[in-house]
Design a binder for this molecule. Sequence first.
Ligand code: PLP
Length: 337
Amino acid sequence: MIEYRSDTFTKPTPAMLEAMFSASVGDDVFKEDPTVNELQSMLAEKFGMQAAIFCPSGTMTNQIAIKCHTQPGGEVICEKMSHVYIYEGGGIAFNSGCQVKAVEGDYGRIKAHQVLDSINPNDIHKAKTQLVSLENTANRGGGSCYEFSDIQEIKEICLQNNLKLHLDGARLFNAIIAKDDNPKEYGNIFDSISICLSKGLGAPVGSVLLGKKEFIEKAFRVRKVFGGGMRQAGYLAAAGIFALENNIERLALDHLHAKQIAQALSKKEFTGEMMPVETNILIFQVKGNYNAKSLTEEFKSNEILVSAISATQIRMVLHLGVSDKMVNDTIKVIEML
Ligand SMILES: Cc1ncc(COP(=O)(O)O)c(C=O)c1O
């Protein structure tokens, strides 16, 4: 089976497993796991941020950040298809007692004027706007990337209105590679950044939250409350270190593969509107003789796994488990359908 349902399906390679087996470990709840400490320092340093905390998942790093930045009764501004809003089990309400002002963006990206228009006035009838959360790349935007200048404009609005700025950077390295951005510029602008190691970077588990020292100290407390304190987590952190050392530059290959498959799909009758392919995610409408479910089944009978993300949309995600040969085989199947 060729796996395109998500980049979360990646499995550790023998070399990554070797790094995991030979990790030095300690009790990370006591902050005594040297490998976790190394991973945290490595990412903080890469983004020029003061501190970092290793967590089991991207949902947890996002939710901890939102909890640390807000007070109950507050409001969070984010795009209407953003992961923090629609895919984290109502966590913003459940964990932080906040509500969301959902903004309709352009392939998952919002603009500074939309943030400005979404800020509530200082009126006792209204929730206090406290946080802006961006997603880069935007998953449901087809892996779209922000222009850094747009983020800078949003930051200006946040500064003028005393709002914190969080980044769900589950796939931030895909954006950095695609746009040739500098990680330190991200570190300079965001109050917190969540980065997933378990997606295109190929680690089996783990996300890291970055921020100022005081913020991350608060995050350690919230992680404990959320049940996310892990003990000999260095075995997992070792996979993260391996991923950062070996799997960032190769993301460009996943982006190329996504474009190659998109080109083959664009020639087919059954392909309707396709979101612009900027990174490793490809989302297209299905039309004609197929719907999303029947085309998914057709792919499956040809040993290709894709996701029907709505009745009319299919998503395919490229990652390090998909080789050049697998992409060529997929293109042959597409041509045959
Ligand atoms: C944009 C985005 N943010 C956060 C997450 C959450 O990550 P996790 O599955 O590790 O909780 C995902 C997962 O797919 C995601 O796509």
